[in-house]
Design a binder for this molecule. Structure first.
Ligand code: NAP
Length: 252
C-alpha cells in the first residue's frame, strides 16, 4: 500500500486518517503540544522533525509516498517546512485547509492582521474579554487592562493579563453552552482567530445573539503554488488521483 504522511493536530486530520486507513499505510504526525491528544486511526508519531532537513530525512527513511498537510491554518511554520521538504524529496503534497469563517447579518466583527493588533483594539470594545486563541500566542495580551477569561485546552505557560481567569476546555462547543458562558462571565467582547470549522463556531453565534463585538485575527497567508483542498474527502480524492504505479520522480 502507498504510504501517506498526514501532518495533523486537527479534527480534519483525524477524519482524513479514518477515511484512508485500510486503503493506504497511514502515519499521522502530531507536534506533541497537547498533553492528551485525540489519537487518529492508524500509526501515529509525535514530535517535531527537526526543521526542513529533518523532515526530508524522515520522508526518505519512512518511505513516504505522499503528504497531506492537515495542520491548523495558523500552523504556518509546519506548512512552510512541508512545502520545502516535499519539493526537495520529490514527494507530492496537498494542503488541506478548511475555509475561514464568513461574517453574516448581525455579526459585529473587527478583522485584524495580528495578535498585537487584537490586543490594541480591545480598549475601545469592552473590558470583559473572552480570549479564545489557544495558549501559545497570549503574550501580546499580558499588558492589557480589563478582565480576561482565557480558554485553552492545556494550561498557558506565558504571562497572562493581570486580571484573568483560565478555563481549561476542549471543543466541540454548543451555542447554548457558549451563550451561558458569555452571560455568566458578563463578557463584552470575544477575541478569536479565524480557525474555521464547526467545532468552535458556536461562540460566534452566541456573540451575534448577544450583540457582542468579535475581534477576528486573520489567517496567515496560504503557501503559494501548492495544491490546496478544503475537506478531508477532497484530500482523499487528490490521493486517489495520484499515479501510484509510477516511480516517485515522475508523479505529478
Ligand atoms: P507551527 O508553529 O507551524 O510549527 C512549529 C514547529 O512545530 C514545526 O516547525 C515542527 O517542528 C513542529 N510541528 C508542528 N506541527 C507538527 C506536526 N503536525 N507534526 C510534527 N511536528 C510538528 O505549529 P503550531 O502552530 O505550534 O501547531 C502545532 C500543532 O498544533 C500542529 O499539529 C497544529 O495542527 C496543531 N494546532 C495548532 C493550532 C494553532 O492555532 N496554531 C490550533 C490547533 C491545533 P520541527 O521544525 O522540529 O519539525
Amino acid at each position: 500500500m502507498p504510504r501517506v504522511l498526514i501532518l495533523g493536530g486537527t479534527g480534519d486530520a483525524r477524519e482524513l486518517a479514518g477515511l484512508l486507513v485500510g486503503r493506504y499505510s497511514v502515519v499521522s504526525s502530531l507536534a506533541g503540544r497537547v498533553r492528551e491528544p485525540s489519537r487518529p486511526a492508524g500509526e501515529v508519531r509525535v514530535g517535531g522533525f527537526g526543521g526542513v532537513p529533518g523532515l526530508v530525512s524522515y520522508l526518505r527513511s519512512a518511505g513516504i509516498d505522499a503528504v497531506v498537510d492537515a495542520t491548523h491554518p495558523f500552523a504556518a511554520e509546519m506548512t512552510s517546512h512541508a512545502v520545502t521538504a516535499c519539493a526537495a524529496a520529490g514527494v507530492p503534497l496537498v494542503v488541506l485547509r478548511r475555509p475561514g469563517w464568513v461574517e453574516g447579518p448581525g455579526d459585529r466583527w473587527l478583522r485584524v492582521p495580528s495578535y498585537a493588533d487584537a490586543a490594541a483594539a480591545l480598549p475601545s470594545l469592552g473590558t470583559r474579554v473572552l480570549l479564545t486563541i489557544g495558549r501559545q500566542e497570549l503574550a501580546p495580551f499580558a499588558g492589557c487592562a480589563g478582565w480576561f477569561l482565557v480558554r485553552s485546552v492545556d494550561p498557558p505557560s506565558v504571562p497572562l493579563p493581570a486580571h484573568s481567569e483560565v478555563l481549561l476546555s476542549r471543543g466541540p462547543f454548543t451555542r447554548e453552552g457558549e451563550l451561558a458562558l458569555l452571560r455568566e462571565h458578563r463578557i463584552e467582547v470575544v477575541v478569536t482567530k479565524d480557525s474555521g470549522g464547526s467545532a468552535t463556531y458556536p461562540k460566534l453565534a452566541a456573540a451575534r445573539e448577544l450583540g457582542l463585538p468579535v475581534v477576528m485575527i486573520d489567517r496567515p497567508a496560504p503557501p503559494p503554488d501548492v495544491t490546496t483542498v478544503l475537506t478531508p474527502t477532497d484530500a482523499a480524492q487528490w490521493l486517489a488521483s495520484l499515479r501510484w504505479g509510477l516511480p516517485r520522480w515522475s508523479r505529478p
